[in-house]
Ligand binder design. Structure first.
Ligand code: PMV
Length: 321
């Protein structure tokens, strides 16, 4: 085999963002919009990247290049290739092409999806055939090398798929069977995840006790949400979404646009609504019943949001060709 194509799901954080960076759990689900990564072996000792979604047409890189000098869209790919080669003691010239069904503006995890796609593709091409935990370890190291911070929850969703109970760095990764469906509203603003993590870190630094109490509260919400999600107690789950949103607002990561879309969803009949991910922009999620879903979607659109059509519990990384 000298060429392979894999596909990887995007993700949405359901509960527990930010606290999961501080040794606490979260709940994340994989969405049915996917990223494809094609990897082909070549005789050259270089890496060529074709990633039109991030404006990289045909970039050829030497393996001894400095990652920080590369365009942003190439860094995760380069880091994933280097980490895979180092960890498995394997090397080859490569052409890697990516294509995404979702915009990298949504916060669906395009960087984590591409990282997982590269590691999985190389794992198959090289014959290493790594299991999910070994894929996670290499992918997580690759992301930390590029962005220095992050819990790795998005990588786990990309690898395992479905919905997961996840603890920082993959200390616990447990599938949660459920049939949740959500209305997803995009704010039109791309969030800067790393900047939001840093903002919370500096708040934590200046008010340790207060922020730790917020994280403890989030942990309690995640623990309760896990049970209600599995049991399909939507009323209770909706109430927990609202509670999680209130503490995220107290953490300082809410924005007027998110707040507006969340209130619109609730006043259109949603059982609960919250931001999803780092905050500062990206998407909000609302829990509605089959009867109220279209009114909730209309309410979000009327408030200026863009409703994205996604289903949850999508399959994890898989080989396509
Ligand atoms: O912005 P997103 O959707 O990648 O979510 C970030 C979630 C955080 O908990 C803030 C960071 C992390 O790595 O867990």
């Amino acid at each position: 085999m000298n060429k392979i194509k894999v596909s990887v799901p995007g993700k949405l954080m359901l509960f527990g963002e930010h606290a999961v960076v501080y040794n606490r759990p979260c709940i994340v689900t994989a969405v049915n919009q996917r990223m494809t990564v094609t990897a082909e072996l070549t005789a050259q000792n270089t890496l060529t990247i074709q990633a039109p979604d991030v404006s990289i047409a045909n970039l050829t890189i030497d393996y001894d290049a400095n990652e920080a000098d590369l365009p942003k869209g190439a860094r995760f790919i380069f880091s994933a290739v280097k980490n895979f080669c180092n960890q498995t003691d394997w090397k080859s010239g490569l052409i890697i092409s990516t294509h995404s069904e979702f915009s990298n503006e949504f916060g669906f995890g395009s960087s984590s999806a591409v990282t997982v796609g590269v590691v999985k593709a190389l794992s198959e091409l090289s014959g290493a055939n790594l299991d999910n935990h070994a894929l996670f370890k290499i992918a997580y190291q690759s992301v930390l090398d590029v962005q220095k911070v992050g819990s790795g929850f998005d990588l786990a969703a990309a690898i395992w798929g479905g919905t997961l109970y996840f603890v920082t760095g993959g200390k616990e990764i447990k599938p949660l069977l459920n049939n949740l469906s959500l209305v997803v509203g995009y704010t039109g603003i791309k969030a800067n995840t790393v900047a939001m993590i840093q903002q919370v870190a500096s708040a934590h630094h200046t008010a340790l006790q207060k922020i730790d109490q917020i994280f403890d509260k989030i942990e309690q919400i995640v623990t309760l949400a896990k049970t209600e999600l599995i049991q399909g107690n939507w009323l209770k789950l909706g109430a927990l979404m609202n509670e999680n949103q209130a503490v995220l607002a107290a953490l300082g990561v809410n924005t007027p646009v998110l707040k507006n879309l969340i209130s619109a969803a609730l006043s259109s009949g949603a059982l609960g609504a919250k931001l999803s991910g780092a905050g500062g922009g990206d998407c909000m999620i609302a829990l509605a019943t089959a009867e109220t879903a279209s009114a909730v979607a209309a309410g979000i659109e009327a408030a200026g949001g863009k409703v994205l059509s996604v289903s949850l519990n999508a399959a994890g990384v898989r080989i396509e060709e």
